[in-house]
Design a protein around this ligand. Structure first.
Ligand code: PMP
Length: 355
């Protein structure tokens, strides 16, 4: 830390992203929940023809993209805000809807960026422990004052919550905002977007990084009632009005026009997920139920950190978290069938070597 670094950030613990090795060809990369498939070829062709000239600023309203998103979800464009990845809309939500009187409320085991956003924005937060089996019980949030952040499906567990539970949470206190982070919703989890017309205390955040194969483009969005989106726009225009660049915006529109490509890829990932779960369970692993493009697995025969390191030594990257409650677990992104077969074969070999 330099002697110039502001005191207000001196205690900040930044988010640690998953490894992005410089030599990709050395690894089967199952550690950061990206899609193994390229973006839709039709979307790339659309973007090549329709990107705004690069000497001009991008459209601060991202009007065409916002309209395309609004049409996709059957809401008004004023109920949508496009952002630089969904991390940005989440940060905006911490800025807009949390303060001393409205602490952030989120699970002890969830997306590791939430406490960082809280720290960055000097927002107090309370951790609400997941139940013993890693399930999230919305009743545990009842009667608490603050802004609720729920990843659905949760990360890194992958466990989904039904919309009926989100509805119960929203109904329990209509004077409290609930942010549902649906980064992984397209892999078999029910979306809460349908509730935004009914509840003015709901913000749903989604991303192009996972199901839509566009992590590198950095495109996310929020959907909520007009008043909440207006608040979030106040934050956006006070930080970065041109937050979505024009190349990303054009490719995003192209991706939305080829929905079948996205849906087909999601089906493949869900099939590969079932294949991987069956294979790991046959090897004695415990795997949590997943509604995401990753699974969370542990074994009595190999400790989580050792499993991660041994896989890495053999060219397979997965994610391990040091946190005590989950230190025996690894999060494994679902990739192609070949990649998952390689994971299972390598795992079998590792276990045999330990005998
Ligand atoms: N929410 C969750 C639960 C995530 O795991 C991620 C990916 N790290 C994000 C949001 C942010 O994704 P992005 O900024 O790429 O949209």
């Amino acid at each position: 830390m330099s002697r110039f670094f502001s005191k207000k950030y001196s205690g900040l613990e930044p988010y640690v992203p998953g490894e992005q090795p410089s030599d990709m060809s050395r690894y089967i990369k199952l550690n950061t929940n990206e899609s193994p498939f390229p973006p839709s070829p039709k979307a790339l062709a659309y973007a090549a023809q329709n990107t705004r000239p690069q000497n001009l600023y991008s459209d601060p309203e991202s009007a065409l993209l916002t309209k395309a998103l609004a049409d996709t979800y059957g809401v008004k464009p004023r109920m949508v805000l496009a952002t630089n990845g969904s991390d940005e809309i989440l940060n905006f939500a911490f800025m807009a809807f949390c303060d001393e009187d409205n602490p952030a409320l989120f699970a002890d085991i969830t997306y590791g960026f939430y406490p960082v956003f809280a720290g960055l924005n000097a927002v107090p937060y309370e951790l609400i422990p997941l139940r013993e089996d890693f399930s999230l019980c919305v009743d545990d949030y009842f009667g608490k004052k603050g802004t609720v952040f729920i990843a659905n499906p949760n990360a890194p567990t992958g466990m989904p919550l039904p919309v009926s539970e989100i509805r119960r949470l929203l109904e329990a206190d209509r004077n409290r905002i609930v942010v549902v982070d649906e980064a992984y919703v397209d892999f078999g989890t029910e979306s809460s977007v349908g509730l935004v017309k009914e509840f003015d205390n709901l913000l749903v955040c989604q991303t192009f990084s996972k199901s839509r194969s566009f992590a590198g483009g950095r495109l996310g969005y929020g959907i909520a009632c007009e008043a909440l989106i207006a608040d979030l726009n106040t934050i956006k225009y006070s930080t970065n009005p041109y937050n979505v660049n024009s190349m990303t915006s054009a490719l995003g529109i192209g991706i939305l026009t080829d929905g079948e490509y996205t849906r087909a890829n999601c089906r493949t990932i869900m099939e590969n997920r079932e294949f991987t779960v069956r294979g790991l369970e046959a090897l004695g692993f415990r795997v949590l139920p997943s509604g995401a493009n990753f699974i969370f697995a542990s074994s009595d025969r190999i400790e989580g950190g050792e499993y991660y390191r041994s896989l890495k030594d053999r060219g397979i990257l997965v994610r391990h978290f040091d946190k005590e409650r989950i230190s025996n677990w690894c999060r494994i992104t679902i990739g192609t069938k070949e990649s998952m077969q390689a994971l299972l074969d390598t795992t079998r070999t590792l276990l045999e070597e330990k005998r």
